[in-house]
Design a binder for this molecule. Structure first.
Ligand code: NAD
Ligand code: UGA
Length: 484
């Protein structure tokens, strides 16, 4: 088989960028991305794409209508394709067995059933969604139990490692491409076909092939290791605050050991995003299911530490503001779970804001990319509040950061957007209530400069000397500050 047509089911954060890059790099292949959401497909076909990713507009513009198509006609795209990616969402289950931990595979299963129903010739089916170990086996089972006569399928695992905000760059220059397949001549042939696609732009030595289960588990393990690094440095940040050490200095010293490496050691208000927590919980669930409670508890701690970190940060804000934020106004800078994305899924900002709202604070929220409707939806969802009306009364969303800080008692930086570093904080200070506080949950601002200006400055993993803060805050040094 020579792949001429590829279909991708799921036009989300993974399916959209991944298939756009495939279309860009493989002009000899026709790529059709399908989704059951008419709105999503309409957005992909419009000038304003449904997701913000640096560099993506250019890639899509160049290929759309040439060899890249977005459609809701799922059946036709499956019928025509030689190879089908399944890139649908695999959220944490919210019901039944494994509720709150296991991955919900209902969307993946629906795709497998649809492929079996519609396919009229042999297909390679590629599991790109992140799934539990042995999911490929279930997909194979569903496909072969429902296939038409003379139709056969090969199921591959090809997990995606892109990170949001850098998706295009990650796809163009991956550390590795992982392909898991069945250990048989047919399996090997399917692996070779998919490797051929990536081979259009990825060096052969970066394309790793394994058995299907190793590939599936490697994806969960990679995310667990990354999340573990963030939780490890965040645990150290709490120690730094209690002892006078500076977490940036510790991270730099630790990271210079070439065995440890310097990446992913940025202490923060906590990790967010749609996958770290979901995949960790999934790993915990799998470990429990195979009766390995010690392994389950080990990985559970990584997510527990993350909850501790964001709760600790919210509590510190309340403590510093004289133990009450009721009716005080706080400007919130950043709502996305990281910079360069408009994605808010599991953003630490949701949890910090909801804690402050529970305490009665008024929030003026500004984010350069997140749509106001999304912020309102996140803060009024049933998981976050039982009183959405009250929340909407306390929240105002701004498109100008200077407007957001007017008469505010404090600023809380919750996303590391580069533009936050360049604001005129003198100007902001002059229009804020005094003493003015700034809580840098991402460690991106020039703290010494802010202290000098007169801001009471707090950040993660470092405490500033009482003298410096006292000088800045004059008479109003907070009696209940965490600073000893
Ligand atoms: P997403 O929610 O952005 O997109 C999934 C899309 O699938 C949605 O548009 C939905 O409408 C569509 N869909 C669901 N069921 C469908 C069906 N039966 N038929 C047609 N369309 C259907 O999700 P995402 O962020 O792209 O993640 C997809 C998968 O990739 C997940 O398993 C995730 O864990 C994994 N992943 C995500 C990232 C990331 O950065 N977001 C990175 C690596 C891996
Ligand atoms: C992560 C992985 O990095 C990708 O390899 C993986 O494909 C993806 O999950 C997935 O499976 O969905 P992503 O969640 O998009 O990507 O973003 P990251 O850059 O990993 O950041 C995750 C969170 O950790 C963010 O909230 C970020 O601010 C936080 N973080 C990251 C820190 O707090 N400190 C760090 O040093 C690094």
């Amino acid at each position: 088989m020579v792949i001429k047509k590829v279909c991708c089911i799921g036009a989300g954060y993974v399916g959209g960028p991944t298939c756009s890059v495939i279309a860009w790099k493989c002009p000899d292949i026709q790529v059709t991305v399908v989704d059951k959401s008419e709105l999503r497909i309409k957005q992909w076909n419009s000038e304003k794409l449904p997701i913000y990713e640096p560099g993506l507009d250019k890639v899509v513009k160049e290929c759309k209508g040439r060899n890249l198509f977005f459609s809701t006609d799922i059946d036709s795209a499956i019928k025509e394709a030689d190879l089908i990616f399944i890139s649908v969402n695999t959220p944490t289950k919210t019901y039944g067995i494994g509720k709150g931990r296991a991955a919900d595979l209902k969307y993946v299963e629906a795709c497998a059933r649809k492929i079996a129903e519609v396919a009229e010739n042999n297909k390679i089916v590629v599991e790109k969604s992140t799934v539990p170990v042995r999911a490929a086996e279930s997909i194979t089972h569903i496909l072969s139990a429902n296939r038409k006569l003379n139709v056969s399928f090969q199921v591959l695992s090809n997990p995606e490692f892109l990170a949001e905000g850098t998706a295009v760059d990650n796809l163009l220059n991956p550390d590795r491409v992982l392909i898991g397949g069945e250990e048989s001549p047919e399996g090997d042939a399917a692996v070779a076909e998919l490797s051929w696609i990536y081979g259009h732009w990825v060096e052969a030595e970066k394309i790793i092939t394994t058995n299907t289960w190793s590939s599936e588990l490697s994806k969960l393990a990679s995310n667990a290791f990354l999340a573990q690094r963030v939780s490890s440095i965040n645990a150290i940040s709490a120690l730094c605050e209690a002892t006078g050490a500076d977490v940036s200095e510790v991270a730099s010293a630790v990271g210079q050991d070439s065995r440890i490496g310097s990446k992913f050691l940025q202490a923060s208000v906590g990790f967010g995003g749609s996958c770290f927590q979901k995949d960790l919980l999934n790993l915990v669930y799998i470990a429990e299911c195979v009766n390995l409670p010690e392994v389950a508890n080990y990985w559970q701690q990584v997510t527990d530490m993350n909850v501790y970190q964001r709760t600790r940060f919210s509590k510190r804000i309340v403590e510093c503001l004289f133990n009450t934020v009721t009716d005080k106004t706080l400007a919130v800078f950043g709502f996305a779970f990281k910079k360069n994305t408009g994605d808010t899924r599991e953003s630490p900002a949701i949890y910090v804001c909801s804690h402050l709202l529970e305490e009665g604070a008024r929030l003026n929220i500004f984010d350069p990319k997140v749509e106001p409707k999304q912020i309102e939806q996140d803060l009024t969802s049933a998981d976050v509040t039982s009183d959405p009306e009250r929340v909407l009364n306390l929240v105002n969303i701004y498109s100008d950061p200077y407007e957001a800080v007017k008469d505010a008692h404090a600023i809380a930086v919750l996303t590391e957007w580069d533009e936050f570093k360049t604001y005129n904080y003198e100007k902001m200070l002059s229009i804020m209530k005094k003493p003015a506080f700034i809580f840098d949950g991402r460690k991106i601002l020039d703290h010494q400069a802010l202290i000098k200006m007169g801001f009471h400055t707090e950040t993660i993993g470092k405490r500033f000397s009482r003298n410096a803060l006292q000088r800045a805050s004059g008479e109003h040094f907070p009696a209940f500050s965490w600073t000893p």
